[in-house]
Design a protein around this ligand. Sequence first.
Ligand code: FES
Length: 139
Amino acid sequence: MIPVSQSHSNGANGKRRSFLLYLMSLALFYPIARFIGYSIPRKPNYIKITSQLPLTGYLITRDFILFDKDGLYWALSRKCTHLGCKLHYSETNDILECPCHQSRFHASTGDVVKGPAKKPLTLFPVEKRDSSPYYIVTT
Ligand code: FES
């Protein structure tokens, strides 16, 4: 016959063991899931632009550059696809330049003009409206 105190002790150890097993399986699952490309989908972020764009036809924000030229409008991410530095827009050359390793991207399409970056920039969906907010960019 098992004494009451020992029985209670085994129950607590069992729960603790189960909990540790659960934590260890989570710790193993996460890197494997990341390795096979699983990522948790994040909620879309709607950025409202409440003023008209300047006459230059573009607006630089922290995360993207919004263009509105010749009846077309689009927004490109400012995050370099090489290692994530913030891109600068060169209006004269109509390209986005990376100050870190000098990758260059086409400002109309986001395509790579010059490496080391290999992937094009993220193109964010833009909704244009007649009243404020004049643009809604989904990032
Ligand atoms: S981070 Fe932009 S080129 Fe390397």
